[in-house]
Design a protein around this ligand. Structure first.
Ligand code: FRU
Length: 434
């Protein structure tokens, strides 16, 4: 009887893509982005540099994420909230921080004032030559599981850009005034670009486009209980093998009057998704992308999803210079909504723009993350650059970079989300996760 039962169950637990997971990839079009306008509802208040406070004095932090329950709510472990952030000592040049990033953590009882816990991983245990963004969840039994990007290869002599998705688990130990992680599992690579749905490093080659297979975000679909990782990717294939499609651009009416500048083809950012096929979340099947931005944008970073009022809200962050030429869009948080996780997305606010940096401080914040309570966190990037292109200047002038880089948590923002629209309601204190 037992054999019979497992034979019946086997196909259910081992399937990767089932009928209901037929993905209808959304094309974020040049037409969508052309609908964009900055206004009071989507433009963040200017950050005043003189009022900023660092949560740690000897290091920079940037991409930050909270420890979450599987349902996306911020977790509280024995009274502590915990956040994770990419970090380097602050004698590293801001523009070079990605080359040596490691994940640090902070804990807090009030979700506002944070105490540093130091590096999350023990020396040499994490994969990659450095670690980039990810997400962290707490299991029912109290175990921490972290998903992160293993960038480069351990021990490499030349900086490599391979990006693979890794995981590890640990026990969370708390005292009255401390949080530590113990009994770490071995770190494992769980996802790599396949070259069919997602561009590999090799397929990217030395073209002016970037390659990404990073920033895993855990999501459990409340409608089905199924578990996924979302991640930042690029549409698969070598540049010469990817073909033009009208649907990348927009409607026939729009296309008639729209010039597509040469070079747009190299822009191929995507939002990837993979489905968990075991309970310990160490096995995943790659699915086709939820969204692609061919001819539109090259870097859709740190994707995440929240569910509100039966709708799925998909968010990404991107830089203004990652939009293909001919498109004018600010550094910001962009979002899409749908009744289904697997397709039918529509850009929020017509264009996708949810939060823009103000024009007088265009790089002030980055890496926004929308939490399930509508609080949006981010970090202070480059402030008060007086119309200068910080990415060009940074290369030549380290002093300028150091002077203008924040490297700390930004004032949080509260947004409202209703159907296909969002509004910035007000600013909150720096590092405010409530
Ligand atoms: C966004 C980002 C992430 C990446 C990290 C690397 O700020 O580019 O996509 O994980 O920074 O430092």
């Amino acid at each position: 009887a037992l054999v019979g039962l497992s034979a019946i169950l086997a196909p259910i637990v081992s399937t990767g893509v089932s009928a209901k997971e037929t993905i209808d990839t959304y094309n974020w079009t040049r037409e969508d982005v052309s609908n964009l306008s900055m206004n009071a509802h989507n433009t963040a208040p200017t950050i005043n540099k003189d009022e900023l406070i660092q949560i740690t004095l000897d290091s920079y932090i940037w991409d930050t994420w909270p420890l979450q329950e599987k349902n996306g709510h911020q977790a509280v472990v024995n009274g502590f909230k915990i956040i994770f952030a990419l970090s380097v000592p602050n004698d590293v040049l801001p523009g070079k921080r990605h080359d040596t990033a490691e994940i640090h953590y902070f804990f807090s009882k009030d979700g506002m004032s944070w105490e540093s816990g130091g590096p999350v991983f023990k020396d040499g245990e994490a994969l990659g030559s450095r670690q980039w963004a990810g997400s962290s969840i707490v299991h029912k039994d109290g175990k921490l599981q972290i998903f992160y990007t293993a960038t480069g290869k351990k021990g490499e002599t030349q900086l490599g850009y391979d990006q693979r998705i890794a995981t590890a688990t640990a026990n969370i130990k708390t005292t009255n005034n401390s949080v530590t992680f113990e009994d770490w599992s071995t770190h494992e690579i769980i996802l790599e670009a396949d070259g069919e749905y997602y561009q590999t490093n090799e397929q990217t080659g030395p073209v002016e486009s970037s390659y990404a297979f990073r920033d895993p975000y855990f999501f459990q679909d409340p409608k089905t209980g199924e578990e996924y990782l979302l991640f930042e990717g690029n549409s698969a294939g070598k540049l010469e093998d990817r073909s033009y499609k009208h649907e990348y651009i927009g409607s026939a009416a729009f296309r008639q009057n729209h010039v597509i500048p040469d070079g747009s083809k190299a822009f191929n950012g995507s939002v990837g998704i993979a489905k968990a096929t075991n309970q310990s979340l160490s096995k995943f099947n790659l699915l086709p992308p939820l969204l692609e931005a061919n001819y539109v944008n090259d870097e859709l970073e740190r994707p995440s999803v929240i569910v509100k009022g039966n709708k799925y809200y998909l968010f990404v962050k991107t830089h203004s210079e990652k939009f293909a030429s001919g498109l004018n869009a600010p550094e910001g948080l962009y979002g899409f909504s749908s009744d289904s996780l697997f397709g039918g997305y529509q850009p929020l606010n017509e264009s996708g723009l949810v939060i823009a940096n103000p024009t007088d401080n265009p790089y002030q914040a980055y890496s926004w993350m929308v939490m399930s309570n509508g609080t949006v966190i981010s970090f202070v990037n480059y402030v008060d650059v007086d119309g200068k292109d910080i990415y060009e200047i940074g290369e030549q002038s380290p002093e300028y970079q150091i002077e203008h880089f924040g490297g700390m948590l930004a004032p949080s923002l509260k947004i409202s989300i209703t159907r296909n629209g969002t509004k910035i309601l007000h600013e909150k204190k720096q590092g405010f996760f409530r």
